[in-house]
Write a protein that binds this ligand. Structure first.
Ligand SMILES: Nc1nc2c(c(=O)[nH]1)N[C@H]1C(S)=C(S)[C@@H](COP(=O)(O)OP(=O)(O)OC[C@H]3O[C@@H](n4cnc5c(N)ncnc54)[C@H](O)[C@@H]3O)O[C@H]1N2
Ligand code: MOO
Ligand SMILES: [Mg+2]
Length: 402
């Protein structure tokens, strides 16, 4: 049954219908050492003032700022030692970087600015310290209870430092959904092993799994089914029983062996939409399983599969994990791209910076949506709405990275 263009979902409609069905995969509590790259799911507050004390910033001496230029040294205030105190305005303590500023002092003089005779330190001629210099004042970075991290960020190195400094030995992060990637097609053979002239190696699943893993989605299981309805039903039934998300590739278009929609229907999966007014990726199918599983049935053509994965699957999974909506980058085209009156276009591009350092892109259109061999030399794709004529050079377009 050929559906009119009017019946196809637009890119925006497809995105909305997915978002309305995306749910939440829940929260795990993991050790700090396992949190890197995960999506934070709790607010992180300051356990104490930072710095927690007036922190000495240079190795040298601590003094009371005034007119005195020579100081009697009467001890050392080391980092990690309880606070000491100056005994007089013409006395000083040796201090190390990171130490608590001794009581009675307010200024630190670096060792490079001093000369020493026995137990006397003198300021070098012509040097006058500023009051309060080289002291990192207590609570000047943040105060106890301040919110330091908001849920939704991906835990990068600075965030891990903040967590550690504030005593978060365990962190609430988004649970990573269990994902089944399933490709269909008699022509598909494993990456390793013999390949006949009429066969091709399974590449989509590796590309799809790679796109997910680089974004912290690692609980992935790959499977395959031949062009047989019962095989497809069996493989899908098994996957539905164990995974939160299914990402299928192939078997969703017009072919008499394109069994995926029928098999999903037989398994009681609710179809949310089938076909989007876009190129590549028009035959994409999306539905929800009986237990709320999300099923993204992507077209088999490799450029289509990967483009649909980046445009719809990755953003929706990250949203379901509570990730702050990933930024959409707008870039400038450095060459015209023909538009399609009834379809949105996703065109592979290479990112570069123009003379002003602004991000711009050189279109690298794939000859067909099966031509993935050149995709590896691109950085992602731009999204262009349906339209007449071309999007000229200088047009701003949304960029999606691989
Ligand atoms: N009569 C029509 N034919 C087709 C239409 C149409 O509207 N009318 N749509 C075309 C478009 S657009 C696309 S996209 C493809 C998608 O078809 P399927 O989703 O059914 O994909 P398959 O037919 O199973 O495979 C398409 C193509 O991709 C290769 N493939 C599949 N899986 C993998 C994999 N895991 N790794 C590498 N390559 C894979 C497969 O060998 C085929 O060459 O339908 C058009 N046809
Ligand atoms: O929709 Mo297909 O992905 O253009 O070949
Ligand atoms: Mg097909």
């Amino acid at each position: 049954m050929c559906r009119s263009m009017a019946e196809l979902s637009s890119v925006a409609q497809a995105e909305t219908m997915i978002r309305q069905n995306v749910g939440d995969f829940g929260v795990d509590k993991v050790l700090l050492g396992q949190a890197s790259g995960r999506i934070l799911r709790q607010r992180v507050m300051a356990e104490r003032d930072q710095p927690p004390y007036d922190r000495v910033m240079m190795d040298g001496i601590a003094i009371r700022h005034g007119d005195v230029r020579s100081f009697h040294i009467h001890g050392t205030q080391r980092a990690g030692a309880p606070v000491g105190r100056l005994v007089a305005d013409d006395s000083c303590l040796n201090v190390t970087t990171g130490a608590i500023l001794p009581e009675g002092s307010d200024t630190v003089v670096p060792i490079e600015r001093l000369s020493q005779q026995n137990d006397q330190f003198s300021l070098e001629p012509g040097y006058t310290p500023e009051a309060g210099q080289f002291v990192h004042a207590r609570a000047s970075d943040c105060r106890t209870g301040d919110v330091l991290l908001e849920p939704g960020i991906r835990l990068n190195a600075p965030a891990l430092a903040v967590l550690a400094a504030n005593g978060y030995a365990r962190v609430e992060v988004a649970r990573s959904p269990s994902i089944g990637i399933l490709s269909t097609g008699d022509e598909l053979v494993p990456v390793e092993g013999p390949v006949q002239e009429w066969e091709i190696r399974r590449s989509n699943e590796q590309a799809l799994a790679g796109a997910l893993r680089t974004r912290g989605l690692t609980d992935i299981h790959i499977d395959w089914a031949g062009d047989d309805l019962d095989d497809t039903i069996r493989a899908l039934e098994k996957a539905l029983s164990v995974h939160d998300v299914l990402i299928l590739s192939g078997g969703v278009s017009m072919g008499s062996f394109d069994y995926v929609p029928r098999a999903l229907e037989r398994l009681g999966v609710e179809r949310i939409f089938h076909k989007i007014a876009q190129r590549p990726g028009k035959p994409m199918w999306f539905g929800i399983g009986r237990q709320g599983q999300r099923i993204f049935a992507l077209p088999g053509n490799p450029v289509s599969a990967l483009t649909c994965c980046m445009r719809y699957v990755v953003p929706s999974l990250l949203t379901a994990m509570g990730a702050r909506t990933p930024e959409r980058f707008t870039v400038m085209l450095d060459a015209a791209i023909p538009l399609i009156p009834t379809l949105a276009r996703f065109v592979p591009v290479r990112l570069r910076h123009d003379a002003r350092g602004c991000a711009c892109v050189s279109p690298q259109p794939a000859s067909t949506s099966g031509d993935f061999s050149h995709l590896a030399t691109t950085d992602g794709f731009v999204e262009l709405p349906p339209g007449e004529g071309s999007a000229s050079a200088g047009t701003a377009a949304v960029f999606h990275g691989w």
